[in-house]
Write a protein that binds this ligand. Structure first.
Ligand code: SAM
Length: 207
């Protein structure tokens, strides 16, 4: 896990520096570079994430940082649910649109070029995340506004301070690497020690 964070985290960060900033071509364009580069979840990991989240036909899945839209497309194809992907990179949006068309799920899946930190997640019933740890943490206020019972499924990086309800490890046939899958149900419950220090007036966390 720490090897993954070191290697992929550094590569993701370095590549982010050379990504083009968004153009003003679309209404929802955000004029800044993505916070992490694109690395697609292997398809067998995506399948397991959807299984662990117990996705059903009446779900609405959001994938913030959707890349080529593979999670949304598989959710729609396999379970018949609706899905929305968000990404800042116009190349990823184009790939997602091609992916949606190629798989004939135009009626179920849409993508928006949008900064994930501005997205209202309250309509979603499932959220999938494959982002860097600091991004997961920054999303917490948005995730906590979702309906109770909404499932959050994460690939490889957990949400610091919020122990998952379930952790699965699997070795992908695609890359022969061990992957972690985490599951939470809203509301996210802070780790007992974090909750205790938040309640303690003498806590060192006070300024
Ligand atoms: C590691 S990839 C994950 C792709 C996909 N969810 C998957 O699992 O295959 C992260 C994606 O997040 C996008 N991204 C990074 N920062 C973002 C931001 N602030 N708002 C929207 N998308 C962002 C990147 O462009 C990239 O496509």
């Amino acid at each position: 896990m720490s090897r993954l964070i070191c290697v992929s985290g550094l590569i993701l960060f370095a590549l982010t520096l050379v990504l083009p900033t968004a153009s003003a071509a679309q209404d929802t364009t955000e004029a800044r570079a993505p916070d992490v580069v694109y690395v697609g979840s292997p398809h067998d990991v995506v399948a397991k994430m959807l299984e662990v989240a117990q996705v059903k036909k009446d779900d609405l899945l959001y994938d913030p940082g959707c890349g080529d839209g593979r999670i949304c497309v598989m959710a729609a194809k396999k379970y018949g649910c609706r899905a929305v992907g968000f990404d800042l990179n116009p190349v990823r949006i184009r790939e997602s649109l091609e992916n949606i068309k190629r798989n004939g799920v135009e009626k179920l899946v849409r993508v928006e070029r949008k900064d994930i930190f501005t997205v209202d997640f309250s309509e979603a019933t499932v959220v999938s995340i494959y982002l860097l740890p600091w991004m997961n943490k920054k999303l917490v206020p948005q995730l906590q506004k979702m309906k109770p019972g909404t499932r959050i499924v994460a690939h490889d990086y957990s949400i610091e301070g919020y122990p998952p309800d379930k952790t699965i490890t699997m070795t992908s046939k695609q890359d022969a690497v061990e992957h972690y899958i985490y599951l939470w149900t809203v509301p996210l419950k802070p780790a007992p020690d974090a909750a205790a220090s938040a309640d303690d007036p003498d806590s060192d966390d006070e300024p």
